[in-house]
Design a protein around this ligand. Structure first.
Ligand code: ATP
Length: 256
């Protein structure tokens, strides 16, 4: 494990639970006819359903670690990351972080009507850079994304015209432009092509050295193997295994 000499905790997750409350679920089809019949029958709003997405997760992450989060669809990976990033308050339990965690996701907020160029500048400002720093970083971000090489003039076009892979490349390039105490990446690598994945993996290694801890959520076991030395396997909202990548991925692939 990296940073063996001085194991500085960067994220402490203590028995975190997250329950989504879905209003209006289970009331049949949510169409106008069913709403009208509810009104006529003078029934109140439809019931509330609870989804227990994270059911008591605890772990400690250390500086210098790259941790893969794996598990089948709906196992709670994105929810857990959103809790650690401070975007969702846990229903119970505690999360302590050293510094500001940054969540980079394929769905990270970008302004789809604005050009890639404007999104780069806005993304830099959102990460706390000054105007001057944002301008100074522009060229290297544009180059790292490799988008202009793929399609000339693309950075002057609105982001809604980008393919999902092109959008993911730009999001990754922006987030990777500065070092983060805790960087969390949700699936960003899986969408890029092979060459971009290699560049991203190299950059993640640098970020780990420069900064703190990297979390990577991915369904690509290749990305996880190439990038992480520790893996947490989530299953149905709980940790099934937490350990060295080779061991946990092998068990996951066996479907243990
Ligand atoms: N906003 C929401 N409201 C209600 N339920 C939600 C919400 N977001 C996620 N869920 C549910 O919480 C559970 C965990 O979802 P989550 O997105 O964290 O899983 P995941 O492991 O990231 O899945 P995937 O690999 O498919 O991205 C799922 O059952 C999902 O349906």
């Amino acid at each position: 494990m990296a940073a063996e000499a001085a194991r500085v905790p960067t994220v402490v997750v203590d028995n975190v639970k997250l329950t989504y409350r879905v209003h209006g679920a289970g009331a049949g089809k949510g169409n106008a006819t069913s709403a009208l019949s509810r009104i006529i029958a003078r029934k109140g709003a439809a019931g509330v359903t609870e989804v227990h997405a994270v059911k008591g997760v605890s772990f400690v992450a250390y500086k210098g670690e790259a941790i893969g989060l794996i598990g089948r669809n709906g196992s709670g990976k994105s929810t857990l990351l959103r809790c650690v990033a401070g975007l969702l308050p846990p229903t119970s339990g505690k999360i302590y972080t050293h510094g500001q965690p940054s969540l980079l996701g394929v769905n990270a907020a970008m302004m789809s009507e604005l050009t890639g160029e404007r999104n780069i500048i806005l993304g830099c400002l959102a990460m706390g850079m000054t105007q001057a720093e944002a301008r100074a970083s522009y060229e290297s971000i544009a180059e790292f994304s490799g988008l202009e090489k793929m399609s000339k003039g693309i950075l002057n076009r609105p982001m809604r015209t980008y393919s999902s892979g092109q959008g993911a490349r730009l999001r990754f390039a922006i987030a990777a432009a500065r070092s983060h105490d805790v960087l969390m990446i949700d699936e960003a690598l899986a969408t890029g092509d092979r060459e971009f994945q290699q560049r991203s993996e190299a950059r993640i290694r640098e970020l780990r050295e420069e900064a703190g801890t990297v979390f990577l959520v991915s369904h690509s076991m290749k990305s996880i193997r190439d990038t992480c030395e520790r893996v947490i396997w989530l299953h149905d909202g709980v940790i099934l295994q937490d350990g060295p990548t080779a061991e946990v991925v092998a068990a996951y692939e066996k479907g243990a």
